[in-house]
Write a protein that binds this ligand. Structure first.
Ligand SMILES: [Zn+2]
Length: 299
């Protein structure tokens, strides 16, 4: 009797369907044991797509993107899936400050003074210094907006203070900031499309590269966040974050771009620097503004 594929009804010639790729369905595939073994295999098999992808992402800069762009896509996870999984890990890891500034750092002037954790006991000169601070690039627009929000909420809840509002903000903002990391990717891809326009690649290809690079950046931040739990590292924390992230990222990105875009080494270093500068600019301007507004609205 001729056997057909359960998925697409094409005639089966071997253990896998030539039309859709599904494995030949056998009776054991109905059982619970099959479900469990599938689950454990995905989790533990060091050769599974997940672990293979993670290994390539951490140890072989640029391999994931280069393979994807060359059309070899079977051995690794799709870029967006890998990004979301790493984003999930990042979500569970301890936060780092640049992606999640405190409320006081995000607003300007008088509001920052009133939101300060030690608002009542601050010395006058300290108060004056904070009041002089103009906040972030978005603060001239967002600070009056937040003041109006607090005033409106106070109408319903007279016990609400600026400080308690700031505390509520800070409870929600860390999660929002992690969820929004992906906002960096489309703009980074645009920067790459501009600087590498001679390569005549699709925007989507730069997008994939930036997904992989941002996934690596998140892993790097997870690693540094964990390292900060070690006492010795903690003592040198400022140096570790200030020098560690740009140094490791710079080397990684240079190697990755050299491989992906087939550049000369100095071109690769230059593109890596542009990418890092673009990342910082995107982080400081659009990302912080969107993150701040959404964290206020969704808190
Ligand atoms: Zn089939």
């Amino acid at each position: 009797m001729r056997e057909t594929c359960r998925q697409c009804s094409a005639e089966l010639i071997g253990p896998y369907c030539h039309a859709c790729g599904q494995k030949r369905f056998v009776d054991a595939d109905r059982r619970l044991g099959h479900l469990m073994s599938q689950f454990f295999e995905a989790l533990t098999s060091l050769d599974s797509r997940f672990w293979r992808s993670m290994r390539a992402l951490t140890l072989q800069p640029g391999v994931l993107s280069a393979e994807y762009l060359a059309g070899r896509r079977q051995s690794f996870m799709p870029p967006i899936t890998l990004f979301l999984l790493v984003n999930l890990l990042f979500f569970l890891a301890p936060p780092l400050t640049d992606f999640d500034l405190s409320f006081v750092d995000q607003v300007g002037g008088d509001l920052a003074v009133r939101a300060h954790p030690r608002a009542d006991t601050l010395p006058l000169e300290e108060k004056a210094r904070i009041a002089d601070y103009s906040g972030q690039a978005h603060s001239p627009w967002t600070t009056p907006w937040v003041e109006r929000r607090i005033a409106q909420m106070r109408a319903d809840d007279p016990a609400l203070t600026v400080r308690s509002y700031a505390e509520r903000y800070e409870r929600s903002s860390s999660n929002i900031s992690k969820l929004l990391i992906i906002l960096h990717v489309p703009l980074l891809a645009a920067a790459m499309a501009l600087i590498l326009f001679r390569q005549r690649r699709y925007y989507a290809e730069h997008f994939v590269v930036s997904l992989h690079m941002m996934a690596f950046m998140m892993l790097l931040m997870i690693a540094i966040g964990l390292a900060l739990h070690v006492e010795l590292v903690k003592r040198y924390a400022q140096t570790a974050i200030g020098l560690g992230i740009p140094a490791v990222a710079g080397v990684y990105l240079s190697l990755a771009f050299w491989r992906i875009y087939v550049l000369r080494w100095w071109e690769a270093v230059f593109v890596a620097l542009v990418w890092l500068v673009a990342l910082m600019q995107i982080n400081v301007y659009p990302y912080r503004a969107i993150q701040f507004v959404l964290a206020n609205v969704l808190m």
